[in-house]
Design a protein around this ligand. Structure first.
Ligand code: 0X9
Ligand code: ZN
Ligand code: ZN
Length: 417
């Protein structure tokens, strides 16, 4: 009995061990007003062990931009003093990260069974992919598109009623390890598809006439690491030659203006672009799959958090995509659909202007492959909890996002050929 309890308690224990590491850490929000204040932010970045949440690195900070960053406990007073003295206006978003982490799981006693309204660890998600396919053989099938750096199989679910010449929509989640709401959404989407097929007319038509490829977690190694070692990890877990720093930013690793802007060539940085495009096994597997299915894949959706944004190309250049007007009106309508449920406000636009220029992203790459409907979602929230979104928000976040995804899918269906 003890052994069993210890086993099911393992996830809770490891999560609990980690909590202690974040005691006293703070998350600040600043809006630098000029270049001088931007300089102060870069100073903090290089001298105070600051972890940038939004944008993802100090090099992306520009005047008037909202910047959220996490500070180690022993540095938080110094940082706060420095902000005060230099006259940079700031707000403390999270006063004690430990407390926020404690609140993200609704209950502390966790059993490793799958739940759509909880954050599931990788083991649980992997088992779920097998089960959902086994339980819905006429609607869902599972394949493996490759293995991660640490050797984990990358499961892909294909959903849809079989039929001739079907086009498809590809959606992935879990690029960035700490963005836990993202994999939760991919799981939710699959659940909604199987539960509402034959009941909801839009979902039924979508699955009759289109296939959905859903990759629930791309960066599995990173995701596992956020459960076992560091909740704030972002990148992959691959080794870098000539450096002791680990990992590449998978969303800087695609061959779309690779490493020309908004990405770092330094392996220790959170936005490290990797040694070459597709240097990561995970991004290579995704790119290979899409290249092999270019004749059928008509839309590409990639799900991140946080900021409540719906982005489309380009991010590696300020140049607008050919069908800018079309993408903009789809994003406007999808955001409106999303807001219809809980009034959650989304901003939309080309990545370069709506968030920041950043090259090597999967959305721009997919678009340049000829997939004319390519979107990046940045889910809830806008910084109150950031990456530590409480489990009580999984359901509303997923329900509203589902409306936007269904809108886009339906648009794509009505504009095939
Ligand atoms: O910077 C990113 O990769 C995404 N934001 S996040 O905070 N989740 O890291 C935004 C991606 C937008 N698209 C491209 N930069 N291509
Ligand atoms: Zn529902
Ligand atoms: Zn992300």
């Amino acid at each position: 009995m003890w052994a069993l309890l210890v086993l099911i308690g393992a996830a809770a224990v490891s999560a609990h061990l980690q909590d202690l590491a974040f005691d006293g850490q703070k998350v600040f929000r600043v809006i630098p007003q000029n270049d001088e204040q931007v300089e102060i932010i870069s100073f903090l970045a290089s001298n105070m062990q600051v972890d940038f949440w939004q944008p993802d690195s100090a090099t992306l900070v520009r005047p008037k931009m909202q910047v959220d960053f996490r500070v180690e406990a022993d540095k938080s007073f110094e940082v706060e003093d420095l902000l005060k003295e230099s006259g940079v206006e700031y707000r403390v978003l999270i006063d004690n990260l430990q407390a926020a982490l404690d609140a993200q799981f609704d209950s502390k006693a966790r059993i490793a069974t799958h739940s759509y309204e909880k954050y599931n660890n990788w083991e649980t998600i992997a088992a779920w992919t097998a089960n959902i396919a086994a339980q819905n053989p006429d609607l869902v099938s599972r394949s493996v598109i490759g293995k991660t750096y640490e050797g984990r199989p990358m499961y892909l679910l294909k959903m849809g009623k079989s039929g001739p010449n079907k086009k498809a929509i590809f959606m992935d989640c879990g690029f960035h390890a700490r963005e836990w709401i993202s994999p939760a959404f991919c799981q939710w989407f699959v659940k909604e598809a199987v539960e509402t097929y034959g009941k909801d007319s839009v979902m039924t038509t979508l699955l009759n006439r289109l296939d959905f490829y859903v990759l629930p977690v791309l960066n599995i190694d990173g995701y596992v690491y956020t459960w076992t070692n560091d909740r704030m990890w972002r990148k992959t877990r691959s080794k870098n030659a000539g450096s002791s720093c680990i990992g590449t930013d998978p969303n800087r690793n695609f061959n779309a203006g690779w490493c020309t802007i908004g990405a770092s060539k330094k392996p220790c940085d959170p936005t490290y672009c990797g040694s070459a495009p597709e240097s990561e096994k995970e991004t290579k597997a995704l790119a290979d799959f899409i290249r092999e299915h270019l004749s059928t894949v008509k839309a590409y959706l990639t799900v991140h958090s946080y900021s409540q944004l719906l982005l489309f190309p380009y991010s590696y250049t300020y140049k607008l995509p050919l069908n800018y007007e079309e993408l903009n009106s789809i994003a406007r309508a999808a955001s409106k659909e999303l807001a219809s449920l809980y009034n959650t406000k989304y901003t939309y636009g080309p990545g370069a202007t709506a968030i920041y220029p950043a090259a090597g992203g999967s959305d721009d790459w997919a678009y340049d492959q000829g997939i004319k409907y390519s979107f990046t979602f940045e889910l809830r929230d806008t910084g109150r909890y950031g990456f530590i979104l409480p489990e009580s928000q999984i359901k509303p976040t997923c329900e509203e996002t589902l409306l936007a995804v269904k809108y886009i899918a339906n648009y794509v269906l009505e504009h095939l050929y």
